[in-house]
Design a protein around this ligand. Structure first.
Ligand SMILES: Nc1nc2c(ncn2[C@@H]2O[C@H](COP(=O)(O)OP(=O)(O)OP(=O)(O)O)[C@@H](O)[C@H]2O)c(=O)[nH]1
Ligand SMILES: [Mg+2]
Length: 450
């Protein structure tokens, strides 16, 4: 199980509990600890996070209208963001020039990232120079020159010099004369073995004394990120991490560990193969992805923008507890029609904790509709009368299994319970909040409103 899955499981168990008392919080903390430790996050950091959650839950009260469940979730969320290095300020290299050495294992995406970062900073108004200190990879220099040729960025390199230190020395001398703001050094990743690579990195940084060392990590390598980060951090203090290939199906839990191990924050992420595919890292956004919860702020916006067809009357029904199975199916159908909002669906009472696939949801809604259609009028009005023999009959009529019928009834009961809880905690509930309430099982309201 990867760390994202484990965290999702922990949160989903907590959210699904009937009560969110001290015991439930302790259980949540234990589950989160287990998840983080499986992800190789440093034990001390895990303990610190646990203590912070415990303390904040004890010391703060949920604001009016916010349930304890959502309050605890928000505290956990904020602590996880903190673990990921908190909210980053924009990158502002300082120095005349600021010398940034970029290290990383072969194929991690260093050269691509150096080019992306140079271009990014140049667009931001910085005068940027690049030095190619990779004397191992054939055509390393050409790769950089090609990427940056028309961007007004000076690329320094020497085709026939074997010693990277000599190259960097001469390169710095030359580039310093050009009054640049930042010089980025691309280094080798290929080597006969890891020890000799680390030795070379050590020698370069000792000779050059860069202002900062950035580590490039491939997000797809999972837990190996940790040992790589450790190895590099031993030879040069890593200032920040650039996480690449976040666009491919990354089991990105490794990033958490790497960040924890180096104590360095992630500053940038690579999101594709092109020069423009670089973003500043946002712990918020990253965590939303890791947990399979879409961008929360954007979510609210989209919910508002999307014309959700819910009548005043339906809203009334929902909060008054007259929310029937048929109403639920209609709501789900309405929501599952909204293609671009598919991520929203991951918050429906349909999903446990995993992000869900829209076709799967639509299929599920269809099955449930068939089930409701094969119920009698009486059963629809009061599903609690559905015993095993009725469930068998309904299942036969709908062409599904008996357990599908039971599952539908269970979800209906959960949704109803949630509606009641929502009503209790909020008094008069505005219509759009009811809807987002229906859809955001598992998401803190404050986070939603942020
Ligand atoms: N999809 C995707 N591919 C990336 C990203 N960053 C780098 N790559 C690809 O990863 C491969 C390796 O990238 P390089 O930049 O050459 O890696 P390197 O670390 O410089 O490799 P060495 O010089 O051999 O040490 C290339 O095919 C890149 O296109 C990214 O953010 N997303
Ligand atoms: Mg390279």
């Amino acid at each position: 199980m990867d760390i994202g899955e484990a965290l999702r499981g922990a949160i989903s168990r907590f959210m699904g509990r009937a009560s969110h008392d001290k015991e439930a919080v302790e259980e949540l903390i234990r589950d989160v600890q287990r998840a983080l430790l499986t992800g190789d996050v440093n034990v001390e950091l895990v303990m610190q996070l646990s203590d912070n959650i415990r303390r904040k839950v004890a010391e703060t009260k949920p604001p009016p209208g916010v349930s304890r469940r959502d309050h605890v979730f928000k505290i956990l969320y904020e602590e996880l963001v903190r673990l990921l290095g908190g909210v980053q300020r924009p990158y502002k290299p300082r120095g005349k020039p600021h010398v940034l050495m970029v290290v990383g294992i072969q194929g991690s995406g260093k050269t691509t990232s150096v080019a992306k970062l140079s271009n990014y900073l140049a667009k931001d108004g910085y005068r940027v120079g690049v030095i190619c200190a990779d004397t191992y990879r054939p055509a390393a220099l050409t790769q950089l020159q090609q990427l940056l040729s028309d961007k007004g960025i000076t690329v320094y390199g020497e085709e026939n010099t074997r010693d990277p230190i000599e190259i960097v020395r001469r390169g710095l001398e030359k580039l310093k004369a050009q009054a640049l703001d930042i010089v980025i050094i691309d280094t080798a990743g290929r080597h006969k073995d890891q020890d000799s690579l680390m030795k070379e990195m050590d020698e370069i940084q000792a000779a050059v004394k860069p202002d900062e060392v950035a580590l490039v990590l491939d997000a797809t390598i999972g837990q190996r990120a940790k040992s790589q980060a450790e190895a590099f951090n031993r030879v040069a203090k890593i200032g920040w991490v650039l996480l690449t290939k976040t666009d491919t199906s990354a089991r990105a839990g490794g990033a958490l560990s790497a960040v924890a191990v180096t104590g360095a924050p992630i500053r940038f992420i690579g999101t594709g193969e092109h020069l423009e595919d670089i973003e500043t890292f946002s712990a918020d956004r990253y965590l939303a992805r890791l947990l399979g919860m879409p961008d929360l702020a954007g979510l609210v916006e989209r919910v508002r923008l999307a014309e959700m067809k819910i009548s005043e009357e339906e809203a009334e029904k929902m909060i008054s507890g007259r929310f029937t199975l048929v109403d639920m199916i209609n709501q789900l159908k309405e929501v599952s029609k909204m293609g671009p909002l598919d991520k929203l669906l991951s918050m429906l009472p349909l999903s446990k904790a995993k992000p869900i696939d829209i076709e799967e949801v639509q299929g599920q809604v269809k099955r449930w509709e068939a089930i409701v259609n094969s119920m009698t009028h009486e059963e629809r009005r009061d599903p609690s009368i559905i015993d095993s023999s009725r469930a068998k009959r309904i299942a036969r009529g709908a062409g599904v299994m008996e357990r599908d019928v039971k599952q539908l009834i269970k979800r209906y009961n959960e949704t109803k319970k949630m509606m009641r809880a929502l009503k209790r905690s909020m008094g008069r509930v505005p219509k759009d909040l009811i809807l987002s309430g229906l859809m955001r099982r598992g998401v803190g309201r404050e986070a939603l409103e942020d």
